[in-house]
Structures are given as structure tokens and as C-alpha cells.
Design a protein around this ligand. Structure first.
Ligand SMILES: N[C@@H](CCC(=O)N[C@@H](CS)C(=O)NCC(=O)O)C(=O)O
Length: 208
């Protein structure tokens, strides 16, 4: 059994989608980040960086020892779960590396930058034109990169649906928040509609 600490945000949904798609046994524990529950000392033992998602695996693979094993950072959790389940990380070396490259692309850009856009467009009390322009422009650049890649590839890792898609999709699902019209990115739209129709994705989006 895996304890899954989460909240209904894109970074949480990456992992809930993977847990649903892979069929691994888990129990979700909501961490209400609007009430600062991520600073609870018990949660900090699992993730010292005070952010969701995080997991504790009570039956880790033998290489991790016999005690419950915890993992934080959504990208690392996805790799851990892919290796544990033997699913959604291609076995073929170039496709595996392609999946990891696009996972890192999401973790370093298509998430942090989109989050900044959400902050300056929706939440900041002071509207700062420089910041809004900087992050909406970067958001559009990232969508253009994604659209170009998906013009030549069915999924981010090529022919196989992988953890790179699961990491990127929940951020794309917030496209209205970062002022993106998917109609302007037809290859992203094709990929988005295909993935959002998957039952495992739909169940994952319902957690917690
Ligand atoms: N790089 C981290 C980012 C996680 C993250 O930003 N989580 C947000 C919610 S989406 C959070 O817990 N925020 C609470 C806080 O910053 O105190 C990951 O991918 O796991």
C-alpha cells in the first residue's frame, strides 16, 4: 500500500493519474495547502520541502530496503512508480530517454512558468504588466514547443503513452488560467482530447 499525500492541483494530479493508470494500491491523504497543512511536522518528515505531492511506499521494491520508503517531487515520484509497476516508462533506451527529457521539460518549464502566469494574472493583488507579459510570453513559447513536438509524435515519448504525458497533461488542463486557447495549438488539442478521454486519467482527476 502507498500513502499518497496530495491536493487537487496539477502537481498532485500527475501522481493520482499515474496511480490510477498503473493500478498500484494506494490511499490518498488530502493535505489542505490553503490551510498550511503542508507545514505540519508529520508531513515535513515525508517532504521537507513542504509541498504536495509526496508518497510513502509501505512495500518498496527490495533495492530500497524493508522499511517504508518516502519520495517527494512529482517527477521523481512518477519515475519511482513507473519502475515499481514496470509501466509507462518505455523499455527501449531512446524512447525512455525521450520520456525523461520531456518529463524534465515539464518539471523545469511547463509547470513553474505556467504557475507564475497563474500567480501574476489571477492571484497577485497588484497587476504588474512586466511580469504578466514575461510569463504569458514564456507560456505561449512552451505551448509552441509542445505543439511542434506533438505534430511529429503521438505522445511525448513517441509511440508510447508515458509518465511524461501524465506530468504535462494536468498543467494543460489549466489552460484557461494561463490564457491559452487550445484551438491555437491543434496538435496539443489532439493529444489533450485523446488523454482526457482515458478512464484512468478521469479517475485520477477526481482525487482527492
Ligand atoms: N516541484 C514540486 C512542486 C510541488 C508544488 O509546487 N506543490 C504545490 C501545489 S501544486 C504546493 O504544495 N504548494 C504549497 C506551498 O508552496 O506551500 C513538484 O513537482 O512536486
Amino acid at each position: 500500500m502507498i500513502d499518497f499525500y496530495t491536493w487537487g492541483t496539477p502537481n498532485g494530479r500527475k501522481v493520482s493519474v499515474m496511480l490510477e493508470e498503473s493500478g498500484l494500491k494506494y490511499q490518498a491523504f488530502p493535505v489542505n495547502i490553503t490551510k498550511d497543512e503542508q507545514f505540519d511536522p508529520d508531513f515535513l518528515k515525508v517532504n521537507p520541502n513542504n509541498k504536495i505531492p509526496a508518497i510513502v511506499d509501505h512495500e518498496p521494491p527490495a533495492a530500497y530496503g524493508t522499511k517504508p520508503y518516502s519520495v517527494f517531487e512529482s517527477g521523481a515520484i512518477l519515475i519511482y512508480l513507473a519502475e515499481k509497476s514496470g509501466q509507462f516508462l518505455p523499455k527501449d533506451a531512446p524512447a525512455r530517454m525521450q520520456a525523461l527529457q520531456w518529463l524534465m521539460w515539464q518539471m523545469g518549464g511547463f509547470g513553474p512558468m505556467l504557475g507564475q502566469t497563474h500567480h501574476f494574472v489571477r492571484f497577485a493583488k497588484e497587476k504588474v504588466p512586466y511580469a504578466i507579459d514575461r510569463f504569458t510570453t514564456e507560456t505561449q513559447r512552451l505551448y509552441k514547443v509542445l505543439d511542434g513536438h506533438l505534430a511529429k509524435n503521438e505522445f511525448l515519448a513517441g509511440k508510447e503513452y508515458s509518465i511524461a504525458d501524465m506530468a504535462t497533461l494536468p498543467w494543460a488542463a489549466r489552460h484557461e488560467w494561463h490564457l491559452i486557447d487550445l484551438a491555437a495549438y491543434p496538435n496539443v488539442k489532439r493529444w489533450y482530447d485523446l488523454l482526457m478521454a482515458r478512464p484512468g486519467v478521469q479517475r485520477g482527476f477526481e482525487v482527492p
